[in-house]
Structure formats: structure tokens, C-alpha cells
Ligand binder design. Sequence first.
Ligand code: GDP
Ligand code: MG
Length: 302
Amino acid sequence: MTDNGKQAFRCGFVAIVGRPNVGKSTLLNALIGEKVSIVTPKPQTTRHRILGIDTRPSCQAVFVDTPGFHRSQPRAINRAMNRTAMGSITDADVVLLVVEALRWTGEDQDVLDRCAESGLPLLVAVNKVDTVKPMTRLLPFLESVATKADIQEVIPLSATRGTSLERLREAVFARLPEGPALFPGEMSSDKDDRFRIAEIIREKLMLRLHQELPYGLTVGVDELERDSHLMRISAVVWVERSGQKGIVIGQGGSQLKACGQAAREEIEHTWGVKVHLQLWVKVRKKWSDSERALRDLGIDLQ
Ligand code: GDP
Ligand code: MG
């Protein structure tokens, strides 16, 4: 409370951390109510640090989606992703650890240890409770999680179904420090249209290419022109070897066409305009082993 009895505004950063694939990005999108971070069933989908901003009359929570922590880090991209994930804890006011219901692995323990070391208020979201049958199996798991460290609240939820999100929001808001808003109230993400469009295209490629997906694949938007009715986009899909071009393009161009169509539909739906999308596939040699190339592509190396 302030001197005049009004409730003070609260604002702060909330680091969403957890091993790959527990549903961090899905949870961020559910909290913000739009897709700010892409989601696929594969680990290592999120490569960048992405902010999702939730502004209310009395507070602003800035959620930070991170690439998951990885135990093995043989390549530069993995090392960069780990540094990004750790950096977000250092800057945070609250840590939100996401785990999967009924699954506690060595990687979960590693991440929990790092969260506990930070000394920050720690909340644990036990996600994917929709997969638990019968529900009675959940209680002992929640109890065992609660005793693993100094955890302020353990909140079972389902990011895909949207259950218990309000309880989580309240738990987060209550722990934000007092302070003015850091971002304009209407801003939901720190990323611009080019980044979000490139990510949507990458999501569609990841979803369609499955096991065949080239490891070092990235997407960059080269040109973006927009008026009130139409968006013209030209984007490049970068791969590491010329042999991978064929995989991305597919028989007679079928894969690339289908990915482009799915991306176009989502962009049209999200931005509410007609979209003309051109996709090119180009080779950039071994970029994921070169930190310079990572920097060129805008991946945080910190
Ligand atoms: P991240 O790597 O932690 O960011 O995980 P993602 O958000 O990319 O999600 C990984 C996978 O888990 C995707 O296939 C999601 O659809 C799925 N997933 C996320 N939340 C839930 C949930 O509440 N229930 C179920 N059944 N699946 C979920
Ligand atoms: Mg993610």
C-alpha cells in the first residue's frame, strides 16, 4: 500500500524455466492469450529468449520464455541456449519452474537446483495434468515436489486446456516487486513482426518434417511490406548442407508448398490481412557450430 492508501503498482520479470518439452512455451501463450512463442512436440523448439507481457490495472508481469536447459551441450547452439536460460534467472524477480505431471527426471532436478541457488521466489507449475488418470495419482506427486526445495507454491495445471491459469497468475502477481510498468500496456511481446513470422514458418517446417528436420535449420524474413489489406513476405529457410535442400523442398516442391500454406494461413489469421508469402531455401555452411553465425541470426550469446 502507498501512503494515500492506494495499492501500489507491481511489475517484474518471471523466468519460465524447465527441461525441454515440459510445455513452457504453451504455458506462456496460454497466459498471454496469443501465440508469442512457437510450440511443437519436439525438444529444442524455442531457441531465443521471448518475452510475453501481461498487463493488468494493478500490475505487469513480464514472462520470459527460455530455451530449455540441456545436459549435453556439444554444439554452440546448445551452449548459447543454456546461457540464455541461465541469464533469464539472473534477471528475474520470480522463477516459474515447469515440470510434467508424474515425471521427475534428473534434468528436472538439475534445473530445480539452479533455481534454488538463485534464492528467488520459486513457483512450480506441474503441467499436463490432463494426461493423469486417475487423478488420485497426482496428489502424492505434488507432495513429493513440494518437499524438494524451498518452493512457495506448487500449482497443478494444464496449459493446453487452460486450467488453473488464474491461480498461477495470482501466485505470480503477489510476488512481483512494487514498481512502474516497463512496457506499454498494449504490448504483448518484445518481438517484432519479422521475428514472429519467421518463427511461425519454422514451426510449420518442424511440424511437417518430423525426423527429417535438418538440425541447423533457421528462417529469416528478408522482405516485409504491408498495407491495410495485404502483407508481402519473402523469407529464406537456411540449411547447412545442400543435400538438406531437397528434404525441405520435398517431391516437386510439395513440402515447402504445404509449409508455406500453413504458415500463410496462420499469419493471415493472426494479423487479419491477406498474405503473399514467398519461401526460398538456401545453404549456409555449418552455422550452428559457429558462434558468429549464431550472432548474425540474432541468437543471444550473452
Ligand atoms: P517447451 O519445450 O517446454 O517450450 O514445450 P512446448 O510448449 O513446446 O510443448 C511441448 C509439447 O507438450 C507440445 O506438443 C505441447 O502441445 C505439449 N503440451 C504442452 N502443454 C500441455 C498440456 O497441458 N497437456 C498436454 N497433454 N500436452 C501439453
Ligand atoms: Mg519452448
